[in-house]
Design a protein around this ligand. Sequence first.
Ligand SMILES: CC(C)(COP(=O)(O)OP(=O)(O)OC[C@H]1O[C@@H](n2cnc3c(N)ncnc32)[C@H](O)[C@@H]1OP(=O)(O)O)[C@@H](O)C(=O)NCCC(=O)NCCS
Length: 170
Amino acid sequence: MSGIAKNEARAVKNSQVEMTEVVLPQYANVLGTVFGGQIMSWIDICAAVSAQRHSRCPVVTASFDSVHFIEPIKQGQVVILKGQVNAVFKTSMEVGVIVFAESPFTGERRKAVRAYCTFVALDAHGSPRGIPDLIIESEEEKRRHLEATERRRIRLLNRKLEVKHAYKNG
Ligand SMILES: CC(C)(COP(=O)(O)OP(=O)(O)OC[C@H]1O[C@@H](n2cnc3c(N)ncnc32)[C@H](O)[C@@H]1OP(=O)(O)O)[C@@H](O)C(=O)NCCC(=O)NCCS
């Protein structure tokens, strides 16, 4: 079996990822700010690396729960993405990513985007597989874990409602 055993719990810090990008002209729209889709692509990569650092096996994106674009990021700015696993369930885990926009000249950093994504770990046959438990060490991690658990409750409820709706509408 690939990856690490289910009982080898891992700390949140083991899943932390920091990624740096620059908003080049090809990433900007006519307003001179970065495309939302480009940011989502960076978030997906950052979150996938974080999920793999926790599970040490292949993962797929199951859903993007929410992406909040708080402030625009301008062409020429430095983009810093910070990701970490917030909570682990049976075969899935929630990764939170915060994106900062940094001025290359003053170094000033602003929080620009916040996103939560769910990844599922896969075995060699492409089926969901169990993942290691998460060791929660700080009050901040405890808060994030509680919030992630609540988001999962809402996510599963929404999924149930969507399936019901799909059957109703053929
Ligand atoms: C994600 C995927 C593996 C789930 O497979 P599945 O047969 O529905 O698996 P299950 O119903 O057994 O669910 C497995 C886990 O996925 C979670 N899950 C399934 N669909 C989900 C969704 N839309 N959002 C969040 N979590 C989801 C379940 O809650 C479950 O989590 P748990 O084991 O921690 O409780 C499957 O739907 C898939 O392969 N989707 C395509 C992924 C993809 O191509 N992503 C883009 C490129 S990486």
